[in-house]
Write a protein that binds this ligand. Structure first.
Ligand code: NAI
Ligand code: MG
Length: 362
């Protein structure tokens, strides 16, 4: 059997720096765990624009469709801010998401014990937190038609449309139920069925899909109440499923429960491929961090944990993913901190490479 394949797209800014550390982890799996990957590397974002005049070439797109998983660093930077919208670095990422049809965005919010005091919330509220938000990513108000700014009489009107088909809700709900089955069999669906028809349909379809998963305890919550509950007592949740707009807000809020942007991984999953694996793109939540790029200050953990998610969701290696997460936990417990994880104590930060090396050693 051939090795599983991985396409690495480091991108711009700190993307290549954090990806260098992930490569160390991948190499470790190849030599120490007999889990070799066929790794290929290519350009995305500004670096692809510099080389080819486009943020994602057709060849790279085709490659992304073939591999078992794509791992991306980050795209963008001030150098590209003045470019035309059609060739902006972000378009490369959007094209990947769209053409791979990655409809389920998984955003874990996990609090490592060593960082519990780093949260803006009390230690009690966040210590041991381990939840996942599943956000619908390819439909809803960011894509619905009609949209635009029109003239109506003597004033302008800004228009966006929330639109969900049954099948769009069904597939992301199934994805969330499957995830709940692998975890603690508890799913909370969030919408605003009290004021939005699309929310009424969302609740109906999720309830219907739930009949195929009788072991999963399903609850529903209005998204605004959900936002409050996330801040009040987030540990009441396990998996949350919600639409594109609410998911954007709720996942950013949940992320901050646990501290730094440099710690947050994500997965975007699509339909199963012929080999049964889902189309998949893994990436840290953070951007290219131009303010610290090239200085060895970036925290590589978000990208390393994104690879852990790839192990779990693309490569059926949940135990190895846990092993990697435990290595991160240990290094943090030992007190290693990149600059973004330092509070006021004024302790000495470690570099990107030192953090990567320590995780591999652990
Ligand atoms: P950003 O996430 O790049 O940075 C925000 C702040 O967090 C900065 O102070 C940065 O130094 C810090 N930070 C981010 N990641 C870090 C890490 N791993 N370690 C330590 N500190 C870290 O967001 P910003 O500044 O809004 O955007 C910068 C560029 O990145 C823009 O061009 C933006 O369009 C792009 N971007 C790309 C994304 C992607 O590729 N998925 C997502 C968000 C922004
Ligand atoms: Mg956002």
């Amino acid at each position: 059997m051939s090795n599983p394949s991985l396409l690495i797209l480091p991108g711009d800014g700190i993307g290549p720096e954090v990806m260098t550390e992930v490569r160390k982890v991948i190499d470790w799996y190849g030599t120490k765990r007999d889990m070799a990957f066929d790794v290929s590397e290519d350009l995305v974002g500004g670096s692809a624009y510099d080389a080819h005049g486009t943020p994602l070439t057709d060849a790279t797109m085709a490659k992304a469709q073939e591999v078992d998983a794509v791992l991306l660093g980050a795209v963008g930077g001030p150098k590209y801010d003045a470019l035309d919208f059609s060739v902006k670095p972000e378009r490369g990422l959007l094209r990947l998401r769209k053409e791979m049809d990655l409809f389920a965005n998984l955003r874990p919010a996990q609090c490592f014990d060593a960082l519990a005091d780093f949260s803006s919330l009390k230690r009690d509220v966040v210590a041991g937190l381990d939840i996942v938000i599943v956000r619908e990513l390819t439909s809803g108000i960011y894509f619905g038609e009609p949209r635009g700014i029109i003239e109506d009489g003597n004033e302008r009107v800004g228009i966006n449309t929330q639109r969900y088909t049954e099948s769009e809700i069904d597939r992301v709900a199934r994805n969330a139920f499957e995830l709940a089955m692998r975890r603690n069999r508890k799913l909370c669906s969030m919408e605003k069925a009290n004021v939005m028809e699309s929310g009424v349909l969302w609740r109906e379809v999720v309830t219907e899909v739930g009949k195929d998963y009788p072991e999963v305890e399903l609850s529903h919550m209005y998204a605004d109440a959900g936002a409050m509950q996330l801040c009040r007592w987030p540990k009441q949740f396990d998996v949350i499923v919600t639409d594109n707009l609410f998911g954007d807000l709720l996942s950013d809020a949940a992320a901050m429960l646990t501290g730094s942007l440099g710690m947050l991984p994500s997965a975007s999953l699509g339909a199963p491929m012929a080999n049964g694996r889902p189309k998949a793109l893994y990436e840290p939540v953070h951007g290219s961090a131009p303010d610290i790029a090239g200085q060895g200050k970036a925290n590589p953990i978000a990208c390393i944990l994104s690879f852990a998610m790839a192990l779990r969701y693309s490569f059926d290696a949940g135990d190895e993913a846990t092993r990697l997460e435990q290595a991160v936990e240990k290094v943090l417990a030992d007190g290693l901190r990149t600059a973004d994880l330092l509070g006021e104590e004024g302790a000495q930060p470690v570099s990107t490479a030192e953090m990567g090396d320590a995780i591999v050693a652990a």
